[in-house]
Design a protein around this ligand. Structure first.
Ligand code: ZN
Length: 148
């Protein structure tokens, strides 16, 4: 018999923000890792994104769902360029292989997202730079919190 996966609880408010790596983002984005799921390759985090911040170019290697709880987020170029401009409270679904060249926050924003697979950060020509999945996210969070 396989074991039942344990339930978890995190009090988000009392969990400290940590800087999201500047190799993956610009403008002082911070994050809190909520959960990783090795069984489905998923990871869930909440991001604090100051006005003018952005995520570097990436491709979602699995779909993802987000809830923008504060502010505004321009995805896939924003609505003016055929993408989405999420306004809080806003929900969005990004499909597998969605490419995000410039996810931009024109005002102070916060969003929660479950990634059902890794993010592949890429050069403009699509060549890979780094892959961030549940293992890398968990490893980074553990190092930032002095667990390892
Ligand atoms: Zn994205």
């Amino acid at each position: 018999m396989k074991p039942h996966i344990e339930e978890e609880y995190i009090h988000v408010e009392s969990t400290k923000w940590k800087p999201f790596p500047e190799t993956l983002s610009n403008g002082g984005i911070r994050w809190k890792l909520m959960h990783v799921s090795p069984e489905v390759g998923a990871w869930t985090a909440i991001f604090d994104c100051p006005r003018g911040s952005s995520f570097n170019r990436h491709i979602h290697l699995g779909p993802g769902e987000y809830l923008l709880t504060r502010g505004k987020m321009e995805v896939r170029g924003g609505v003016e360029n055929g993408g989405s401009t999420a306004i809080a409270t806003g929900y969005g679904y990004e499909s597998c292989n969605a490419r995000h060249d410039h996810t931009y926050f024109p005002e102070d924003s916060e969003f929660y997202m479950t990634f059902l697979g890794p993010l592949q950060f890429v050069e403009e020509d699509g060549s890979p730079i780094v892959v961030v999945g549940w293992e890398q996210a968990q490893d980074l969070w553990a190092r930032q919190n002095g667990v390892v």
